[in-house]
Write a protein that binds this ligand. Structure first.
Ligand SMILES: Cc1cc2nc3c(=O)[nH]c(=O)nc-3n(C[C@H](O)[C@H](O)[C@H](O)COP(=O)(O)O)c2cc1C
Ligand code: SF4
Ligand code: SF4
Length: 256
């Protein structure tokens, strides 16, 4: 049995997690870490365990880090993957440091290029860029599955001071970003944003989303809202949004 634990805001990471799972000749369970990370200690027992997350400011989402800190891994083979838009920096190093502190050995670390989803800063993808990034993601995801099947081993350098600094700045800023989300009059109260939020940071009140400091700034709600009603940075009602083209909001909303 292979257990794959993922965190995903706009579907890139979930897409790779699904494809890796489908390529393994093994029974598998795909598990969204969202709820587990909030539930304290979790014992994870499987023949193979895969952790996969998106790079945030050269680090891993805080919720994902908390999940890894709280988990007790009982597995002969643990592999860790990061999806990223331009450079994952020391994101894998950060997870490796947490595992080392827990005296847990990860056998393999892999990087999977994907579409940059931080469109509030970088803007929406051009069609040719999207096609290239999707092709690169497909290739790297196939390679990730092969590495797992062959039980490959490698390691990462854990000393990444610049990445650690950038991520520390981000982790301070992320605690106030949620205050800057604006909900326009186009909101129809559908509640999709609440359902897809991997951090359970949104509660609906009077058919309007209320954001809390549990927000990881995953950009999911901004991008999945069918009304484009959530605005942040460059994103307003007219700006195109992004999510992985083969992932649906229903899949993202799965909190197993
Ligand atoms: C808050 C935030 C920070 C990000 N930081 C980085 C980064 O440091 N390096 C990078 O290459 N991509 C970065 N990205 C892009 C994502 O890592 C990338 O698009 C990822 O595949 C998104 O995965 P998801 O669709 O599963 O949420 C960032 C995205 C967000 C929302
Ligand atoms: S997803 Fe958009 S339209 Fe639906 S409740 Fe949230 S903000 Fe409103
Ligand atoms: S509130 Fe929005 S940006 Fe924040 S974690 Fe939830 S879905 Fe992501």
């Amino acid at each position: 049995m292979t257990k794959i634990f993922y965190f995903s805001g706009t579907g890139n990471t979930l897409w790779s997690a699904k494809k890796i799972a489908e390529n393994l000749n093994d029974k598998y369970e795909l598990i969204n870490i969202g709820k587990h990370a909030q539930n304290g200690e979790i014992i994870i027992e499987a023949d193979t365990v895969i952790l996969i997350f998106p790079a945030y400011a050269y680090g891993a989402p805080l919720l994902f880090q908390r999940f890894v800190e709280q988990a007790i891994f009982k597995t002969p083979y643990l592999a860790v993957f990061v999806t990223y838009g331009t450079s994952p920096g020391g994101a894998l190093a950060g997870i490796s440091r947490i595992l080392k502190r827990k005296k847990t050995n990860a056998a393999y670390f892999g990087r999977i290029p994907a579409m940059e989803n931080y469109i509030a800063i970088f803007g929406p993808p051009k069609p040719e860029t999207l096609a290239k990034r999707l092709a690169a993601q497909k290739k790297a995801t196939g390679e990730a599955a092969r590495a797992i099947i062959e039980k490959r081993e490698n390691s990462v350098i854990t000393f990444r001071p610049l990445s650690a600094f950038v991520f520390t700045m981000f982790s301070i800023a992320v605690k106030i970003f949620y205050k800057w989300y604006k909900v326009s009059g186009d909101c129809n109260g559908c509640g999709i944003c609440e359902k897809i939020c991997p951090a359970q940071a949104i509660t609906m009140q009077n058919r309007r989303p209320l954001f809390s400091r549990k927000c990881e700034h995953c950009n999911g709600c901004l991008n999945w809202c069918p009304q484009k009603a959530i605005h942040f940075g460059r994103l307003n009602s007219r700006s195109p949004r992004y999510h992985h083209p083969e992932i649906t909001a229903t899949e993202i909303a799965r909190h197993s």
